[in-house]
Design a protein around this ligand. Structure first.
Ligand code: CDP
Length: 806
């Protein structure tokens, strides 16, 4: 070795492996407008589909007349439920074990429901002709309020289920009831409440919101009659699931379906499920023999595909008088709209909601969720959330603040007193989850020190006095949220979708010259997978990240996987990637031993090479070993250097975080200014700190949007009043606050590289933090809970109710 020979550390740096702030490789095409999205696809002879939709939320269909629409020049066909019945596709199964109308069959059950599908030579002709489909309706009473869904005189939404006493998850209590799901120990919780010193009870609503990705849902279906093969391009977060479900519904053999998800412009849960647009495009392509494209408009996206949340939670906490929590109970009504099209693992109709005991050491806990039908769009997806974790985190974090207020304790002190302690990990919660690792006190203390929490409280105290003296009309609020997520669905014993175990996969091939390709069962929608998976491989195999191609989204080439949502890519496919690397490395070690004429055990790994123990001058680099794998393998060994891993995680991963927010609320206008937002996240081993920071910024921006303004609102007639960005709050750079990010690192003990998911954490922790800040601003005036969203009007109204405008 001479002075010019790079050291191990220098070689490691060059690989751009784990821990490196590697620039996103996908941005080279995205920032130049060269992405390849579904709507960029142009096939010869392509037709375009568009929907006629219901103006009513609940109405019987007396007649559908498609004559005028069909007569428009350029219209090729018009589909209705009657047409779909000829191929047995008028209804389709949902991921939640329910069925859903593809096109309205006999009646409509939510506004903007799909009634007819017009296929034309041109998208504008299809849209114009869709308006000419004549539908005769007879209005029916409308059910909007989920709290009235199970009342005696509630309108019946689902006549098809009239005689069904059993649902997908057991007995139905009412004709509008979908499921009842409970967790925890009711008797133990009740007993603790009976002898509690202090209790609180609050009705906490997480309104209906929508993921609203910038690119809406869309697809192109192309059926080849000669080969009997269907190719489906689409905005799919889970392409393999779409292929399997597509095969089961259409009866086209699965090997003759090719699903391709090209670049996707944001998903956030909106693109997990199957929608009528996909089914209609497929049928239309089969009927016409030509490719058919369907692209959702913004209004269609916001009002019909995949809402999120809509959880109405009656939350209670019991406590000793010195501030130790003893039990929690929560009863929830979940509004699912007209069909249960939730994207949850099969066994979990309310998702992973039983993470609701949060980060605290509750000895007893119980929750019960009733799912109900209303005249609203179907869905219940996890909007940047791991299956209802966001609802749970919001509920517990609001409730902890309310209890602190009742006890007269500082909310941070109250949390510190009840956080699960480091030595309790792995910690089994009262709901039975085994939290893998955590160091909550360190995170909370670091967050408090970073923002100088004590000083902020002093300032707040002074401001409150000034407010009382009439010297200011601003209220200062300090919000705290300490959240624990449960991500990485999932262990197959706990999680499946339609019977398919929720494992995931990675297949790696190293080429003779030492570069390679890795294909995975996940699918990025903007999270930067092409950058970060390559970093795992770089560290594991000593091949520069730039020399690894990452490919996702083509079911013909990618190994089977369950897709990307619920922050599962890193916990599951990230683990599969590391495990596949380790198989490759083991083979490379045998080749190295053969070439260096030593025993395998005499070799040690050094960044990008195997070297002989005690004789580091003798080594073989991965590049040399890759070449050898194709021409010089030991006798009896198969040539080539590739491996595949299907990873079934032993447990979920439990990322956590401590967030603190400072707001100033003007009581006369209801305007809330976010002065500071500090987010400390712990996602275990960090693969790419810059990507993590980007994920946190994006998720916090969505959390800000949800907490401060987003709501999919329906009037009493079931009209959606927030179906465009004129009414639905989508923050731009102008409204978005500045974010301060920080971290601690507590690796997951069961993940091969110690990583936990992170993508959803900021949404999970951000929403309660904003809400706690606004609520904290008013708390000293006796207010206990102001419902989200905290837009100017609602905040002004809260001030009015407190008599602040007198
Ligand atoms: O499933 P999804 O990709 O949405 O979520 P994720 O697994 O939390 O990953 C989001 C992005 O953050 C990916 O690019 C990951 O590689 C990256 N990440 C990371 O760099 N380190 C972690 N410990 C977790 C995620």
């Amino acid at each position: 070795m001479n002075d010019m020979t790079p050291t191990s550390a220098e070689r490691a740096l060059k690989l751009e492996g784990m821990g490196c702030k590697r620039k996103r490789v996908e941005d080279v095409r995205f920032t130049q407008g060269k992405g390849n999205y579904v709507d960029d696809l142009k096939l010869p002879g392509m037709l375009y589909g568009d929907f006629n939709r219901s103006p009513y939320a609940h109405a019987r269909i007396k007649k559908i007349d498609t004559t005028k629409a069909a007569a428009v020049p350029g219209v090729v066909a018009v589909l209705t439920a009657e047409t779909l019945k000829t191929v047995n596709l008028a209804w389709m199964p949902t991921l939640a074990g329910d069925v859903q109308m593809v096109l309205a069959d006999g009646k409509v059950v939510f506004q903007n429901q799909e009634v007819a599908f017009v296929i034309a030579e041109d998208p504008y002709v299809a849209a114009d002709a869709a308006d000419l489909v004549e539908v005769e309706y007879e209005g029916l009473p409308v059910l909007v309020d989920p709290l009235k869904a199970m009342s005696k005189d509630a309108p019946m939404i689902r006549e098809d289920l009239k005689d069904k006493t059993e649902g997908a998850h057991g007995k139905r209590k009412h004709y509008n009831h979908i499921f009842a799901w409970q967790a925890g120990d009711k008797a133990a919780a009740d007993a603790a409440f009976a002898k509690a010193d202090v209790t609180i009870r609050e009705f906490i609503v997480y309104p209906r919101v929508h993921p609203c990705p910038l690119e809406t849902c869309q697809c192109v279906a192309s059926f080849d009659k000669i080969k009997g093969e269907l190719t489906l391009w689409g905005t799919f977060q889970a392409p393999h699931v779409i292929r399997t479900v597509g095969s089961l519904i259409s009866k086209i053999p699965e090997h003759k379906i090719h699903v391709i998800a090209p670049d996707i412009g944001g998903g956030f849960g909106n693109k997990v499920g199957a929608y009528p647009g996909y089914i209609c495009s497929i049928v239309a392509s089969i009927v016409t023999g030509r490719p058919v494209k369907w692209v959702e408009s913004r209004i269609e996206n916001l009002s019909t595909t995949a809402f999120a949340r809509d959880f109405h939670m009656d939350m209670e906490i019991a406590c000793t008088k010195d501030g130790k929590v003893t039990a929690m109970r929560c009863y929830t009504i979940a509004d699912h709209g007209a069909f249960d099209a939730c994207a949850n693992a099969t066994k979990w109709p309310a998702g992973l909601f039983s993470i609701i005991s949060g980060s605290y050491d509750f000895p007893a806990a119980y929750c019960l969720v009733d799912g109900v039908y209303t005249n609203k769009a179907p869905g219940g997806v996890a909007y940047r959330c791991s299956f209802r974790v966001t609802e749970a985190a919001y509920c517990i974090e609001r409730a902890m603040d309310i209890m602190a207020q009742k006890l007269g304790m500082d909310p941070a002190e109250f949390r510190l007193k009840n956080l699960i302690r480091r030595e309790q990990f792995p910690y089994t919660s009262a709901f039975g989850w085994q939290y893998d690792s955590g160091d909550y006190q360190t995170a909370m203390n670091k967050a408090m020190e970073s923002v100088d929490y004590r000083k902020l409280r002093d300032e707040q105290k002074a401001k409150r006095e000034a407010f009382k003296r009439g010297e200011t009309r601003d209220l200062m609020g300090i919000g705290i949220a300490f959240f624990t997520e449960i991500v990485g669905a999932g262990p197959s014993r706990a999680c499946d979708i339609l019977g398919i175990a929720m494992f995931d996969s990675a297949e790696i091939r190293i080429h003779p010259t030492g570069s390679g390709i890795c294909r995975l069962g996940t699918k990025s929608q903007g999270q930067g997978h092409e950058t970060t998976y390559a970093q795992i491989i770089a560290t594991e195999l000593g091949i520069a990240a730039d020399n690894i191609m990452i490919e996702e989204g083509n079911t013909d080439t990618a190994p089977y996987g369950l897709g990307t949502y619920g922050s599962r890519s890193t916990p599951v496919s990230g683990a599969a990637t590391a495990m596949a690397c380790r198989k490759i490395k083991a083979k490379a070690q045998m080749i190295a031993a053969y070439m260096l004429e030593v025993h395998d055990d005499d070799l040690e790994w050094d960044v990008d090479r195997f070297r002989v123990r005690g004789n580091p001058e003798r080594f073989k680099t991965m590049t040399e070993l890759a070449w050898a794998a194709y021409h010089e393998v030991p006798p009896g060994m198969e040539p080539g250097l590739e491996a595949i891993n299907y990873y079934d995680p032993p447990n979920f991963t439990f990322p956590f975080g401590a967030y603190i927010c400072v707001v100033d609320v003007d009581v006369d206008t209801g305007t809330t200014k976010v002065r500071r937002f500090y987010a400390l996240d712990d996602c275990g081993t960090r693969i790419n700190p810059m990507i993590i920071e980007g994920q946190i910024h994006g998720g916090l921006t969505e959390a800000f949007a949800i907490a401060m303004g987003q709501e999919i609102h329906y009037d009493d007639e079931g009209n959606v009043t927030t179906a465009s960005f004129m009414d639905y709050f989508l923050p731009t750079a102008v409204e978005t606050p500045h974010w301060e990010t920080d971290w601690t690192t507590t690796p997951s003990p069961h993940h091969p590289i110690g990583a936990k998911g992170v993508g959803e954490s900021p949404n999970v922790g951000g929403v309660p933090c904003f809400s706690n800040a606004v609520n904290d601003a008013f708390a000293f005036l006796g207010s206990t809970h102001i419902q989200m969203p905290h837009d100017n009007w609602r905040t002004w109204t809260a001030a009015e109710k407190l008599g602040l405008h007198a």
